[in-house]
Design a protein around this ligand. Structure first.
Ligand SMILES: Cc1ncc(COP(=O)(O)O)c(C=O)c1O
Length: 484
């Protein structure tokens, strides 16, 4: 046994230990399993060197083994911090969603439409966070080029969309199924045009995203509503009603909102299967607006309608965009995914008739960057928004128990029952803006079933949400005690 080797080895361990911040930098490049392998190899080599009396060999191997051991400890420690929510995961930067980024004076529809600069706008569905840094970087590079002529959509774009939906959502799209356009509303409108003739009817589940009503109306169609049924603090489909409405021979299309704006539901596979089977039985084609599909919280899973079966894919058209999740709605880009070639041909025609077949260079670049490099940012965004919702629920449970909030399974839009105030939603919206300095959306924007409800946009720094809730609290308390 060579004791000199052990002593030198130990001394070196201590020296390296003092410099461990340098050593652990390397850990970012290896997984824990890798470090375990190095550790065992190092110990084995050190032991072997000791047995044969090789001082230098045992020292070098011992040092390596020790630094590996240290790295493993660090990884354990960091995983623990990640679990407790203190620290970002390895390889992820910490994105600061608490940062207040001023938006007034940027031609923001949400911020610059308010009459009064003190109003906190929690209405339009965009976010008060900067987009993923990867998106900004890619856009900066494109801006620096300085020429912004007509743009073509490269293969890289299709690859990014196909890869993202396959990996994240299990939806396997072929390149020829994708038709790009300038937004999900233009997409929905063109698909309605493609699948109906004026006088046909479109089935919707109310309350629902307000532009559904205008897109249907603008195509000369009528609306048939199958209202969602409130059950506890969530909403369900009344399948008997849905089936009866789908059976109307004039109903040619069902416009599904999945996840659902504004009630926050993420439809389960069973619900989607049931809706799909009813539609197929009645010859109704499904347009599935899945713009909110990235914004889904733990315990729920977004199931793309078209991923359920090849028949569902053939009898449906899906509309998607990175715009909600990556906060790039102003860049105006979206995709229509249609597996059926006949349907696709009709959509192509409608897109051309509506003149929405061109996109801008920034939308293309941003989509590629968001789907390709934006996922770690998105994961932290989801944690943050979920934290905002939990904060709001706790706040209301404690201070505003008369105002139940629907369970938020998806989207960043909270749906609050304000019927206790006994006031029309539109009046509440107006009074909240005038007297409390917060701008929320009246529930009736989403159909008559939204009467008595308000929609809150939770995609803002928590301090701003807290301030808005405080303002709402004093407004509501005043109203409930009859002093306002
Ligand atoms: C369900 C739904 N579809 C579409 C949109 C808007 O899509 P775009 O801005 O791409 O037209 C929204 C915006 O809130 C939405 O909630």
């Amino acid at each position: 046994m060579n004791f000199t080797g052990i002593v030198i080895g130990l001394a070196t361990f201590l020296i390296i230990g003092c410099f461990h911040p340098i050593v652990i930098k390397a850990e970012y490049h290896f997984s824990k399993r890798c470090w375990w392998f190095f550790l065992i190899a190092g110990i084995a080599f050190a032991a072997l060197s000791l047995v044969v009396g090789n001082v230098i060999g045992s020292t070098v191997a011992g040092v390596l083994a020790f630094s590996c051991f240290w790295s493993i400890l660090e990884l354990f420690e960091q995983e623990n911090r990640v679990k407790k929510g203190w620290f970002p995961k390895k390889g992820q930067e910490k994105y600061d969603f608490d940062e207040i980024v001023p938006r007034r004076g940027t031609n923001s529809y949400k911020w610059d439409s308010a009459a009064n600069a003190d109003i906190i706008p929690l209405w339009v569905a965009d976010m008060d966070f900067r987009t993923a840094p990867a998106v900004t970087e890619a856009l900066k590079k494109r801006v620096e080029h300085g020429i912004f002529g007509y743009t073509r959509v490269p293969d890289e774009y299709y690859d990014a969309v196909i890869e993202w939906f396959s990996r994240r959502h299990g939806l396997h799209i072929r390149k020829e199924w994708i038709i790009y356009t300038s937004g999900v509303v233009p997409a929905v409108s063109a698909v309605i045009k493609a699948l109906t003739v004026p006088g046909d009817k479109v089935l919707i589940q109310t309350p629902v995203y307000n532009c559904f009503f205008s897109s249907i109306r603008n195509n000369g169609c009528g609306t048939v509503a199958s209202p969602l049924r409130r059950t506890g603090n969530t909403f369900e489909i009344d399948f008997d009603d849905f089936e009866a409405k789908a059976a109307d021979p004039d109903v040619k299309v069902f416009l599904l909102c999945s996840p659902h704006n504004p009630v926050g539901r993420v439809w389960t596979r069973d619900e989607l299967v049931k809706m799909g089977e009813i539609c197929i039985r009645n010859g109704v084609t499904v347009i599935s607006d899945e713009i909110h599909c990235e914004l889904v919280y733990p315990g729920h899973k977004h199931v793309p309608f078209a991923s359920i079966s090849s028949e569902f894919a053939a009898r449906s058209v899906t509309c998607v965009s990175p715009s909600k999740a990556f906060n790039i709605a102003g860049l105006q880009i979206a995709d229509i995914v249609a597996a059926d070639p006949e349907i696709r041909e009709k959509i192509d025609k409608a897109i051309n008739i509506n003149e929405v077949c061109d996109v801008n260079p920034f939308g293309v670049i941003a989509t590629v960057a968001a789907y390709g490099k934006g996922e770690p940012w998105l994961e932290q965004l989801l944690d943050y928004i979920r934290g905002n919702y939990d904060f709001m629920v706790r706040f209301c449970a404690e201070k505003l128990p008369e105002f139940p909030i629907a369970e938020l399974q998806g989207t960043y839009l909270a749906w609050m029952d304000c019927s206790v105030l006994g006031e029309k939603s539109e009046i509440m919206e107006e009074e909240l803006m005038k007297n409390a300095g917060i701008w929320l959306n009246a529930g009736t924007m989403y159909g008559a079933e939204g009467e008595g409800w308000l929609r809150w946009n939770l995609a803002c720094p928590r301090a701003r949400l807290e301030e808005a809730l405080d303002r709402f609290l004093s407004f509501a308390r005043g109203r409930l005690s009859g002093t306002r």
